[in-house]
Design a protein around this ligand. Sequence first.
Ligand code: HEM
Ligand code: NAG
Ligand code: NAG
Length: 565
Amino acid sequence: MSLVFTLLSAVLKVTFSLIGLAVGYVAYSLLSSWLRDATSPTRHLPGPPSSHWFFGNLKQMRDDREAERKWIARWGRTMRMTRFLGQGMLYTLDTKALHHILTHTDVFQKSEASRFGLGRLVGPGILVVEGEQHRRQRKIMNPAFGPPQVRALTSIFVDKALQLRDMWSAQIAASGKGSATVESLSWFSKASLDIIGLAGFSHDINAVGTADGGPQDELAEAFERITASESSFSLPRFLQMRFPPFRRIPTLSDASVLDAQKKMKSIGQRLLEQSKREVVENGTFETGHGRDLLTLLVKANTSKEVPESQRLCDEDVIAQVPTFLVAGHETTSTALTWALYALTQHPHIQARLREELLSVATDTPTMDELNALPFLECFVREVLRLYGPVPSTSRMAMRDDVIPLGTPFTGRDGVVRDSIRIKKGQIVVIPITAVNKDPALWGPDAGQFVPERWERTTQPPFAPSASSAGLLDAPVPGVWGSLLTFLGGPRGCIGFRFSLVETKALLFTLVRAFEFELGVDGGADMVGVRGNGIVERPILKGREQEGCQLPVVIRAVGVHAKEGI
Ligand code: HEM
Ligand SMILES: *[C@@H]1O[C@H](CO)[C@@H](O)[C@H](O)[C@H]1NC(C)=O
Ligand SMILES: *[C@@H]1O[C@H](CO)[C@@H](O)[C@H](O)[C@H]1NC(C)=O
């Protein structure tokens, strides 16, 4: 009896001292973060008061779509906001400041916490690594995403679009009513998954073809299990992310995620071996076999121009498999879903786009044929401006720095400053969507869907006021189309061309075949927005528990008019 008691009290003592250590560590981290904020020059920045002890301003930003706009109107284009547990962050729409932040990637990097979070999902792939390791990966990977490579992948995009079109046509036929309601988000999710499988690793997932409950692909299944664990808040995960010592407690990690990660790795290993065999056996390949991204990486790695020290090890390349899935799948499917939403809200734009697309004589356009359609280009730009899938991202200063401003700010102390001094460890927000919708840059109709704006000009200034107010001391520092949608600088989206041609191929095929109407009782008023930390997707008000979705009514093109409905 006394032995049990002694054991029990020993276990309790150890447990309590561990808890004590953990609490002490968290308190220490928070204190030093608060102290940094309190002594940093950023304390002079104006900004909204914190509204929640735990979430700071983050909760308002999530719940009120207008919060950011109101704060900008009240506090100006450069603010201090509050994130978790009263810690500060810098928020700015200033293009000169953003240019500085996005081009100085040695100073402004992903925070340790977000790298850990991403790393759990994808391993040490290009999304996660920094510094020299990133430069090395990016250099070998860049060519795989260039125009000739995307050109060679276009038939994969078009074939998948045709398969999806035929699935939808079959649903209309089966309904017997001349129309059908399809849940566009889940279909686009399947299509973009299939496309990244084929174009990324020559792996045929065929989620579109097996939509009626066929066998689940093992790669798709492992990926789903890893990402599903991210969709809800978990205290152990939060602690592990923010406070590294918690990562040493294995029981805090989700066993099913660890298992899925192992599975993902072994699939990646197999895909890599397949690519290596392909390169050895078939050597040259411009089109056809061996055009997938993974094989291109293996090929680039063996190129004589790459010195031995610059090569990628197998682990680096295997990590790109889940990386491509995370980076390229939900993002593009989200963009496509919002594109359909925009079409349902603007019938004249839908008609005009269809007229342009029907003027093309083939069902199987090339990349160059897709890129030669001017209104399709305007439409896609406007979708990605107003409904950019990734609403914001953030960076942490790795050392003290001075961020120049195009527009000076008046501090809480009444002093006007034309730069911000930031301390090592402080966080900056890169408000992608807010910049894309900034009326000061884009004019008074910035919040409206107007593809025609891109016919007037594709170069800044978009609004005359922007140049006169000095807001565009630097152009919007985006890799594409004067938009921040794909971010900019050396860490801008590597897959933007891939994504644009994929988006165009699907829209081309579907808009030629179908007319779209919103399939939601109550109409557009019932469509809300939900973010998951990476992308923002549509959700239906009153049906939130069903998850993100966008039901759309489809009819075969022309049938509508002929039957006189
Ligand atoms: C509409 C679709 C897409 C959007 C809106 C998008 C957006 C972005 C953004 C905002 C980033 C920067 C994230 C950050 O550093 O915080 C990024 C990075 C990246 N994207 Fe995309 N992306 C899209 C499609 C794709 C596709 C199709 C692929 C691959 C096939 C891809 C691959 C990547 C990769 C590998 C990175 C990391 C680049 C680096 O850190 O050097 N993306 N993307
Ligand atoms: C080499 O190319 C041929 C024909 O394009 C293809 O059938 C074969 O599977 C390729 N080899 C490998 C290892 O992928
Ligand atoms: C890249 O090249 C190095 C050195 O030649 C080799 O050891 C490594 O396995 C290669 N990696 C890949 C992914 O092909």
